[in-house]
Design a protein around this ligand. Structure first.
Ligand code: ATP
Ligand code: MG
Length: 434
């Protein structure tokens, strides 16, 4: 072999026509026209057309190219040529060709059912669509980290095994912890609250687990939760943080992943609009009013489900906040509005285009007696929350925080119609394999 470097499909496109290169990848498309074999090869960066032809490829390598089944791993060596008919305008005219790992008949040929594709998710994950989404996700994770660093937050690592509920008992996953019951965490929030007394501003990106009762397009049983908590900040300050985070992250995706967005046929104008905070804010009671105007039979005090949220998104082109929910709709740790104690200092951020809630946040109850009352009046056992109550005994401060569902946000950014494709291995009630 003339050169030992193995090029990727992207690197080879940067070479001058006439250069020689060895390129590696997997067979993505294969067309045998007798005298010529066209092989489109894919790798993590894209696709490249290779051609084996009687005009320039020795017979043994044409035969080898002919044998290369879909998803076989291969190495092709040859001359780089421009051809407007090739994807990306470049092709490799083969002089040598080698199958590294011959693939058995690949089970994905197009037209398979979603259920079947989920059974073979470990193979489906190679699709260009899922690859594009995973790359967007990587940018999003990086943007989160940089955003929080730039705002002086500390990244922390809360436990996943816990002994009490954060978001209510109905969706808890119970595990056997040496004969005692333990639960997979629903949210890191209570632990983040602990950590603000040493670090003041903290954040984490970690899984949350919820045994959701109903099956929807936007609920997973295991999802990634971006959570942050800060001392000395009231609800308004927290909402500003959230909109800056979402705007910054969306900007980064637009700047770095335009190719992937366009592969996914995402309308980027919608994302552009979200890069300019502030976002609109409406109160819960206004949301009820807007829904009634659309003919929905809903009253003050009713929860907003996915259907209601979808209708509300029709009023907005950007993400928007709903604030001041009735206290009884929200969790025990939320602080009542001093001006109207029936309402919580809570906010949700909804993504437009029918997606709905992507962030839930609030100012937290910082008073010992009121927190204790809230715990007992909801039938929770104060013994489980003694350590949490301690935070109100030793130097309590006003504080606020939020949680963003990473896959919900990805659904919106990538324009996915189901949350399963926002995560490599989605967990549903009937889905633990692979
Ligand atoms: P929903 O009403 O949609 O179930 P929630 O009110 O239970 O959401 P929170 O407890 O506020 O959600 O959690 C914070 C964020 O975590 C939500 O805004 C959402 O983005 C995300 N989230 C919650 N549950 C799930 C889930 N089962 N799958 C994926 N993301 C979720
Ligand atoms: Mg929920």
């Amino acid at each position: 072999m003339s050169s030992t470097k193995l090029y990727s499909t992207r690197e080879v496109k940067l070479l001058e026509p006439g250069s020689r290169a060895r390129v590696r990848g997997w067979v993505y498309r294969h067309r045998d026209l007798g005298g010529k074999v066209f092989i489109v090869v894919r790798d993590s960066e894209g696709i490249l057309q290779m051609i084996a032809s009687e005009a320039y490829t020795p017979r043994e390598y044409i035969e080898e190219a002919r044998r290369a089944t879909i998803e076989s791993s291969i190495i092709g060596e040859g001359v780089v040529a421009r051809d407007p008919r090739a994807p990306g305008g470049v092709e490799l005219r083969l002089e040598r060709f080698e199958i590294v790992g011959l693939a058995s008949d690949f089970p994905i040929k197009g037209g398979e059912s979603i259920d079947y594709l989920l059974d073979i998710r470990h193979l489906w994950i190679r699709s260009r669509k899922l690859t594009a989404v995973m790359k967007i996700r990587d940018t999003i994770h990086g943007a989160f980290r940089e955003f929080f660093k730039s705002r002086g937050f500390w990244e922390v690592s809360p436990p996943m095994l816990t002994q009490a509920a954060v978001e209510g008992g109905a969706t808890l996953f119970k595990v056997d912890f040496f004969g005692r019951p333990a639960y997979l965490t629903q949210s890191a929030q209570l632990y983040l609250e602990v950590l603000i007394y040493s670090l003041e501003k903290v954040w984490t990106l970690a899984p949350s687990f919820r045994a959701e009762r109903s099956r929807t397009r936007r609920h997973l049983y295991e999802y990634w939760h971006l959570e942050a908590e800060e001392a000395w900040v009231h609800m308004d300050g927290e909402m500003k943080l959230v909109e800056d985070l979402v705007a910054y992250t969306t900007r980064r995706v637009l700047d770095e992943k335009l190719e992937e967005l366009s592969f996914l046929k995402r309308d980027t104008e919608k994302l552009e609009q979200a890069t300019k905070p502030p976002y609109p804010r409406i109160r819960y009671e206004e949301a009820i009013e807007l829904l009634r105007r659309k003919g929905v039979d809903i009253n003050y005090g009713d929860d907003l489900g996915a259907d209601e949220e979808r209708l509300l998104t029709e009023y907005f082109d950007t993400p928007f906040f709903i604030t001041h929910f009735p206290l009884e709709l929200k969790s025990f740790y939320m602080k009542p509005d001093p001006h109207n104690p029936r309402e919580a200092l809570a906010f949700d951020l909804l993504a437009p285009e029918g997606i709905g809630e992507i962030v839930g946040g609030s100012e937290r109850e910082d008073d010992y007696e009121r927190l204790l009352n809230s715990i007992t009046s909801r039938g929770l056992d104060p013994k489980d929350y003694e350590w949490y109550l301690d935070l109100r005994r030793y130097g309590s401060v006003p504080h606020s925080g939020f949680g963003l569902g990473v896959e919900r946000y990805i659904m919106w950014v990538a324009g996915l119609d189901h949350i399963r494709d926002a995560i490599p291995f989605p967990r549903f009630r009937d889905r633990l394999y692979p």
